[in-house]
Design a protein around this ligand. Structure first.
Ligand SMILES: [Cu+2]
Length: 218
């Protein structure tokens, strides 16, 4: 071969090889499929629109290593959760009573809003405390209780969580449709779970416990 041709083609060949190598090293070796599930949607009832409280599709099947993302496309301000749990006792109520010192004062953040905390007298005889009923973060926020149930981890809003398979409780928090978030609540729009372990994972919505679904991991 003519030396001139070799010297002219060598840079081109090197460039092609470098491009292939760069592309090979930057492309993930596993491409995970992503399955989408809608938590709630709208259905026409008579002349109006009523939120449909169901997961669509209700049951999904994936392979280990793949993810499922839940969203809330409901056109009215209706929240939904995606909640995995091992015992009915773990279904976190939306509101929970807490005891605070009697001297505690509550100041409304949004002046003029038609709102007040629910305060009830404490059952104790000392009169130094009162009971206030407030939002339960283990219901409204993304949170995980591990296999012992003792370690509580709050996730970032719209988190992707990798399911170990032995958790006692995995909750998306209240996912609101866009534009329907109440004042003071974080905007949770999605919840993504990556499943590594084969098995069937049933779940429900703790706001509407008849909303059930399952993920089967092969
Ligand atoms: Cu729901």
């Amino acid at each position: 071969m003519n030396r001139g041709i070799v010297f002219r083609t060598l840079p081109c060949v090197s460039l092609v090889l470098a491009t292939i190598f760069f592309a090979w090293t930057t492309v993930p070796t596993t491409i995970n499929a992503q399955v989408s599930v809608q938590a709630g949607e709208a259905s026409m009832i008579g002349n109006g629109t009523s939120p449909l409280t169901a997961f669509v599709p209700q049951d999904v099947e994936i392979n280990a290593g793949e993810s499922v993302t839940w969203t809330n496309p409901t056109p009215v301000a209706e929240p939904h959760t995606v909640t995995f749990f091992t015992d009915d006792k773990l279904l976190a109520p939306p509101l929970a009573p807490f005891t605070v010192p009697n001297s505690t004062e509550f100041t409304l953040v949004t002046q003029g809003a038609n709102a007040e905390p629910s305060i009830v007298p404490s059952s104790g005889s000392d009169n130094t405390s009162k009971t206030v009923v407030i939002d339960n973060a283990r219901s409204s926020s993304p949170v995980v209780l591990d296999s012992t149930g003792k370690n509580v981890t709050f996730l970032k809003p719209n988190a992707t969580y990798t399911m170990q398979g032995d958790e006692q409780y995995v909750n998306s928090g209240w996912m609101w449709p866009e534009g329907g978030v109440p004042p003071g609540a974080p905007f949770l729009a999605t919840f993504t779970v990556k499943f590594e372990e084969p098995g069937t994972y049933p779940y429900l919505c703790i706001v509407h416990p008849w909303m059930t679904g399952s993920v089967t991991v092969n």
